[in-house]
Structures are given as structure tokens and as C-alpha cells.
Design a protein around this ligand. Structure first.
Ligand code: CO8
Length: 256
């Protein structure tokens, strides 16, 4: 049983709630390890089609655990076990939706950006305040943030350490929807249920193709998309989806 997470299953969706209230869900090694292990379990569970990750009303996550970070010197950081956990989260193949209320700062903002979709409560605050500690983002904050909100705003956030509101994050493209804070998780679960009702292989390859847009040129990305699209022609779910359309009924996907 994890100590730092609560895990619930809603139909075909796993809801993971970060639970370190004494530290505003700061991401220590234990929490990141438990999160990575939970994502491993979900990846191997065909009954789960999507994951929602959330925190508390006050904080999605207030960053890496500063107390733990203070104990690590250069060699400690080079050998940091958290790196493998971050890589595990980044490599997760099923759709991951972040439902963010309150603070998403530093590693917390970076964790939200590992999600494929971010839904934010009106009170959410996104920021990369590492510069105030004499350091800089280390889990994707310079790369993913710049790709999400553009160079000028990302640079302003990283170099001033100042956070932006949920509405600013939505205008900039970091967040897709802003909700009343008490509805954030419910809305994220709805989106996750919708995705989980689709053909799992199509969802998986579409996610992979979308992520390719981050790190390939257009021609390579289009080539990947074409190959992925072609691969799906060999699936039973494609046959079922097309037949269901023709027979004017709802498709029953099996993941085959
Ligand atoms: N780490 C550890 N403890 C924390 C953290 C944190 N990031 N954030 C808050 N806490 C603790 C506080 O120490 C406090 O504990 P205590 O009561 O024992 O003193 C408790 O949570 C409540 O916090 P506050 O009293 O400060 O609450 P406030 O409402 O007054 O303020 C803030 C909330 C503004 C969010 C404030 O807590 C804050 O500024 N937190 C730090 C934010 C920050 O700087 N985050 C960036 C951390 S560095 C980072 O994320 C680098 C990522 C690199 C990843 C590389 C991977 C290999």
C-alpha cells in the first residue's frame, strides 16, 4: 500500500491523489517511487484506459522536496534515484490527465506538464520558482514549459520565479480547461472516461504521435503519424469501429 498516494478506480480510470499534506505534496523520493510503481501497475492492467492525477485543494504539488534536496550534494544529485522515477512517468503510454488545484510549483509544475492534458481550478498557480533557491528547473521545466507557453513567457517564469494564474496558463496553452476548483477532478475524470471508452491501441499510438511533435521535425513527425495510422489498419478495433458506424450503433472496443 502506498503511503504518499491514494488510489481509486472509477470504471476504466485510475485516480491517483498525491497525499503529503504536511509538505504541500512536495515530491520526495518515496512519493515519486510510489507514483512510478502505480503507473507501472496501470500500464499492465488492460481494464484501465486512462489516469487522472491530482493533489489537494491547496496544492497539486509545491515542488521537489526542498528538505530532501538540501541533503544531496553534486554526486548525490548525479546518482539521484528520482531521475529514474521521472523517466518512468515520462514514458507512461496511457493518457495522463492532471487535475490541478492550488500550487503547481517547480517539480509540481513539471509533473503537471508530464500529463497529456491539464485541467485547472480557477485558483491554480503554475510557476517555476527554483531561481529563488539559486537553482533552476531540472525535470523538464525549461523544455516542456517553453514548448507549452512559448519563449517569452517561459523565460519570464523561469528567470523571475513568478507564478501565473490558471487563466493565464489557459491563454498561453499550458492548460486546456479552467473549472471551479471543486469541479476540477470531476471534469478530469469525465475526460478520462471519454478517452478510456475509445480503442486502446488507437489512443496509445495517437498519444505517441502527438508527443513526437515535441522532438522531431515536421517531415519525421508526419512519417511517424503515417506509420502509426497504417499499423492501426491491422487491428480488430478498427474493423469494429467502422462496422459500428455503418450499423449505426456504439462500437465495442476490445484493445485487439
Ligand atoms: N519541499 C518541502 N517542503 C515544502 C515544500 C517543498 N517544495 N513546499 C512547502 N513545504 C512545506 C513547508 O516547509 C511547510 O512545512 P512546515 O510547516 O513543516 O514548515 C509546509 O509545507 C506548508 O508550507 P508553507 O507554510 O510555506 O505554506 P504557505 O501557504 O505559507 O506557502 C508556498 C505556500 C508559497 C507554496 C511555499 O510553501 C513555497 O514557496 N514552497 C516552495 C516552492 C518551491 O520553491 N518549489 C520549488 C522546489 S525546487 C524544485 O522543484 C526543483 C525540481 C527539480 C527536479 C529534479 C529531479 C531530479
Amino acid at each position: 500500500m502506498p503511503h504518499t498516494l491514494a488510489v481509486h478506480t472509477h470504471q476504466a480510470v485510475r485516480l491517483i491523489t498525491l497525499q503529503r499534506p504536511e509538505a504541500l505534496n512536495a515530491l520526495n523520493t518515496e512519493l515519486l517511487g510510489e507514483l512510478a510503481a502505480e503507473l507501472d501497475a496501470v500500464e499492465n492492467d488492460p481494464s484501465i484506459g486512462a489516469v487522472v492525477i491530482t493533489g489537494s485543494a491547496k496544492a497539486f504539488a509545491a515542488g521537489a522536496d526542498i528538505k530532501e534536496m538540501a541533503e544531496r550534494d553534486l554526486v548525490g544529485i548525479l546518482n539521484d534515484p528520482r531521475l529514474a522515477h521521472w523517466q518512468r512517468i515520462a514514458a507512461f503510454k496511457k493518457p495522463l490527465i492532471a487535475a490541478v488545484n492550488g500550487f503547481a510549483l517547480g517539480g509540481g509544475c513539471e509533473l503537471a506538464m508530464h500529463a497529456d492534458i491539464i485541467i485547472a481550478g480557477e485558483d491554480a498557480r503554475f510557476g517555476q520558482p527554483e531561481i529563488n533557491l539559486g537553482i533552476m528547473p531540472g525535470a523538464g521545466g525549461t523544455q516542456r514549459l517553453l514548448r507549452a507557453v512559448g519563449k517569452s513567457l517561459a523565460t519570464q517564469m523561469v528567470l523571475t520565479g513568478e507564478a501565473i494564474t490558471a487563466r493565464q496558463a489557459q491563454q498561453a496553452g499550458l492548460v486546456s480547461e479552467v473549472t471551479q476548483p471543486e469541479l476540477t477532478v470531476e471534469r478530469a475524470l469525465q475526460i478520462a472516461q471519454t478517452i478510456a471508452s475509445k480503442a486502446p491501441l488507437a489512443v496509445r499510438l495517437a498519444k505517441e504521435a502527438l508527443l513526437k511533435a515535441f522532438d522531431t521535425d515536421l517531415a519525421s513527425g508526419l512519417r511517424f503519424e503515417r506509420h502509426a495510422f497504417t499499423l492501426l489498419a491491422g487491428t480488430r478495433d478498427r474493423e469494429e469501429g467502422i462496422r459500428a458506424f455503418q450499423e449505426k450503433r456504439r462500437a465495442k472496443f476490445t484493445g485487439q
